[in-house]
Structure formats: C-alpha cells, structure tokens
Design a protein around this ligand. Sequence first.
Ligand SMILES: *Cc1c(COP(=O)(O)O)cnc(C)c1O
Length: 247
Amino acid sequence: MKQYHMPNSVKELAANFQNIQQVINAVCHRIGRDPQTIRLLPVTKTLAVNRIEQAHQLGFSHFGENKVLEAKSKYEALQHLNIHWILIGHLQTNKVKYVAKFIDEFHALDSFKLAEKLNHRLQLEKRQLQVFIQVNTSNEESKFGVKPEQALTLIEQCQIFSQLKIIGLMTLALHSQESNEVRRCFQSLRALRDNIQKIYPDIKRLSMGMSSDFEIAIEEGATDIRVGQAIFGARDLPDSYYWTEAN
Ligand SMILES: *Cc1c(COP(=O)(O)O)cnc(C)c1O
C-alpha cells in the first residue's frame, strides 16, 4: 500500500504535485508518451476550500468532486476564482439542476434517462456539458457505469442531445493488489474507446487511474488521471462511501 502524506503547507503541497508530475514524466518517458497528453485532475472531495485555494495558487484550475452538493458549496465559496468544476461521481436524476448550473465536465454519465434530464436542464441554463460515459470494466455489482457492450448504444442514443458533448470514457478499475487485474480493466476501456472512435472520432479521451493505479492507467493510454490522496493526503472516509451509495 502507498503512504499518502498530508501536506502541512503550500510548499509541501507544491512538492506533492511535483512528485506526481515526476512520476507521470518517468512513466511517459519509459513508454514513449508525451506527458503533455495527460491531464492531472486533482480530486478535492472532502477537502476544505482553503486547500483548493492553495492548489489554485499553484496553477490548477480544474478540480474533480465526487458529489454535486459538496461541489456546489465549494463553487459558491470560491466564485471569485476562475475554477472549472468537474463532477466525477455518480449522479441521481433529482440533482441534475445543480450540475446544469455550474459543472463544466461530467465523468459518470451512465443512463439515457440521466442524459435526457441533463440536456433539458442545460438547455434552460443555455450551457453545454462535456461528458464521459462511465463504463463498469470490473464487472463488480457495486460499481456504477454501463456494461462495456452497452456503451455504444448509449452514445448513439445521446446524439440527439444538443447540450451534451461526449468526449471520452471513464472507469474505476477493480480495487485490487493484483496489478494485472487492474490493468485488464484499463485495457478493456481502451479497446472499447478504440472501437467507438472509429464511428465517433471526437470520443478520444480515457479518464482512468487514481492515486493507487495511475501509473498503470498511463501505460494503458489514460488521458485524464483523477488523483486525490497522493496529492492531498489520505482521506478518512472509505471509498465505498463515495462509490456505491446514492448521493
Ligand atoms: C475519490 C475519487 C478518485 C481519486 O481517488 P484517490 O484515491 O484520492 O486518488 C478518483 N475517481 C473517483 C470517481 C473518485 O471518487
């Protein structure tokens, strides 16, 4: 298990960011990828707004949040900063109105009904949303996302929605110490993207990899890695709180 060090100052936070960037650079160097093709998305769930302000001072302007109401209170507190809020967690249809107001990117679209409600609300707000389809590549009951074989159908159905721009696929790998099992999840997302991209050339991005597995994700083609604890320190709440319960 990795140890996650909680930064005690902006300087330490900067050092954590630098360490992650060095790891990204090293993996890219090893496999011949350009590090510029990878976006490091800091995940700020459970963090206080002053920590987000610090990350913003260090040059980051896109932040990932898992729950829309938590994101909303941070958006309201930090409106003076030019921050792009990215929702990376499951969304209930009764909360689409919040997303339509201030979220710029949503990584967990997993149903037609949700897409329809989002599109309707976005039309009222005259806003667009960049979207990733969440795919359940680990075949665990507890995880959200469409089955791999359902992704293309959902994408086809969503073509009528003027306010949604589908730009990629997202997954959460199996939570396992077995790196081959983790890798298999990322490989299956990439293979799916390769097939879908033949029909929809704008669906290019792969949102995959987090603190524990972003190196494997980069090796398998990730373009967007969602990293929280390795930057900001360990969280108290178990991941299951964020990943499986309705919110
Ligand atoms: C919390 C979260 C992450 C980041 O996890 P860390 O262990 O903090 O890196 C990535 N993706 C999703 C969907 C999350 O909820």
